[in-house]
Design a protein around this ligand. Sequence first.
Ligand SMILES: [Zn+2]
Length: 146
Amino acid sequence: MATKRVPALEGFFREEDDGTARLLGGRCVKCGASFFPMQWSFCRNPVCEGAPLDEVELSHTGRLWSFADNQFSPPPPYPQADPFVPYGVAAVELTAERMVVLGQLASGTDTKTLSVGVEMELVVEPLYETAEEIRTVWKWKVADKS
Ligand SMILES: [Zn+2]
C-alpha cells in the first residue's frame, strides 16, 4: 500500500513535514500583484510594465466567498472516483492578497453548515492513489476555532 505523499500538481502548493499546507504563487517584483497558480511569464497587471514574478507563499487562510456541492463527476483529466462521491468546492478570498482561490472542500465538510464569510484554512489531502504514491491536492476547511 502506498504511503509516500506527492502533490498531484507540481508547483501549486507544498506540504510541510508537520502537515501544514502552503499555497505557492507568484508576486510581481515591480507592482506586487499576486497570481495563483505561479506563472513563469510576466506580470499580467494591465497598468504594470510587465516585470518578472518571484515565487512566494500566499496566505493559507481566508474567508469563504462562495461554495457549491458538486453532485456530478468532474470531467477528464480529473481522476474519476468509482463509485462517485459528491464533493464540495469553495472559493476563498485570501487574507493578505484579497484574491479568490478555488479548491475542493476538505473531506467530511457538510456544505449545509457553511456560510459565506466564515474563516477557512488550507489543508492538504489525498486526491487519489497509485500503486506507489498518494497523490495530494490542496483543499479548504473551516478554520479551527482557538
Ligand atoms: Zn507587475
